[in-house]
Design a protein around this ligand. Structure first.
Ligand code: GYE
Length: 331
């Protein structure tokens, strides 16, 4: 550790300890922060529910380091919006320079964001979107086009199953009310409404986790076994569903049985795709750290970032995926 880093560490510790004390005056905190010269970022993260999420957390932590001039306050909400509201209030109280929010759900942010705005703290929304009564309550958003992801999966289904008169679909949804669930679900529903033979026979949320994915699939199989397609809104739920199918001796994959469609295309997800367990996997990129940093740099330079920025994404077909694509995958 060089001297500058040591200085920043000590200074940041002083800042954190100082702001923990409830009796502190705002003035004193301000003075302590200025002494560090760090840009303080409060990041409210959804949780640690999936490989995607862990990669996203890593990307943020690797980006907002003291070496690069940042002090990061990281708060894991354990998939509860109420925890995120507590975290944002803490960030306001600590007078962070920027609030970064990866929201659990789209709704319910107006009140706390009004407080952030009143405190003059810019809010950058990342990954999932939010719906607010007033767009000025947040500075900007960067993330994926989830509806487009759903449409990409549906186009593949239309092409792959064009000769099939009926198609029975089990739909494993992500966390209800999250943009990732809403967009991917809308895509499937639009596909089902224009393909008369498509029947969504089962539908439930597995909350984006492997454990819930397994439980939900067990229940699905106890209700209905003639499933053609499992439309699964992320890789981890797909892994859970695979365990459930293996335990129930249900065949799945590209060689016959249940065809699995998944989202995220993480390293493990791509391996399962190459093995033919997942037939089609739509990419969702979690490496948002540098994107958020770019936004903060723009603001520090007095520029106005784009209100909405979508990340480019592709998809992987089990029939064509290469080992090289997997090797290149860093998450
Ligand atoms: O697909 C899932 C994660 O919001 C895009 O959340 C994200 C989703 C991702 O838990 O794996």
């Amino acid at each position: 550790m060089n001297k500058a880093t040591l200085f920043f560490r000590i200074a940041f510790l002083v800042l954190t300890l100082a702001s923990c004390s409830e009796n502190d005056t705002g003035k004193k905190k301000e003075m302590t922060r200025n002494a560090t010269n760090l840009v303080v970022v409060g990041f409210s993260q959804v949780g640690a529910e999936s490989d995607w999420r862990r990669a996203n957390t890593m990307s943020m932590k690797e980006t907002f380091t003291e070496e690069k001039g940042y002090g990061l306050l990281f708060r894991d909400a354990q998939q509860k919006q109420s925890n995120q509201i507590v975290a944002i209030r803490e960030f306001i109280q600590k007078k962070v320079d920027y609030i970064v929010l990866a929201p659990v759900t789209e709704q319910g942010w107006d009140e706390v964001l009004r407080d952030a705005k009143a405190a003059g703290i810019p809010v950058i929304v990342v990954d999932r979107m939010i719906q607010t009564s007033d767009d000025e309550l947040y500075t900007c958003w960067v993330g994926s086009d989830f509806r487009k992801e759903g449409d990409t999966a549906v186009l593949w289904m239309e092409k792959t199953f064009r000769d099939k008169e009926t198609l029975t679909i089990a739909h494993m949804q992500g966390s209800l009310g999250s943009s990732a669930q809403i967009g991917r679900t809308e895509g499937l529903h639009a596909g089902a409404s224009r393909n008369a033979g498509w029947k969504i026979v089962l539908s439930d949320t597995g909350d984006f986790t492997q454990v819930r994915g397994k439980e939900v699939m067990e229940r699905f199989l106890s209700e209905f076994r003639e499933i053609d397609v499992l439309y699964c809104e992320n890789d981890n739920m797909a892994f859970g569903a695979m365990q459930a199918m293996e335990n129930a001796h249900i065949q799945y994959g590209s060689n016959g049985g249940v065809t699995i469609i998944s989202f995220d295309a993480t390293h493990a997800g791509l391996e399962a795709t190459r093995a033919g367990k997942i037939s089609f996997n739509v990419e969702c990129n979690p490496l948002h750290g540098p994107r958020v940093e770019k936004i903060i740099r723009q603001m520090l330079n007095g520029e106005t970032p784009n209100k909405i920025s979508y990340v480019d994404e592709i998809a992987f077909d089990a029939a064509t995926i290469t080992q090289e694509a997997i090797d290149r995958r860093g998450y």
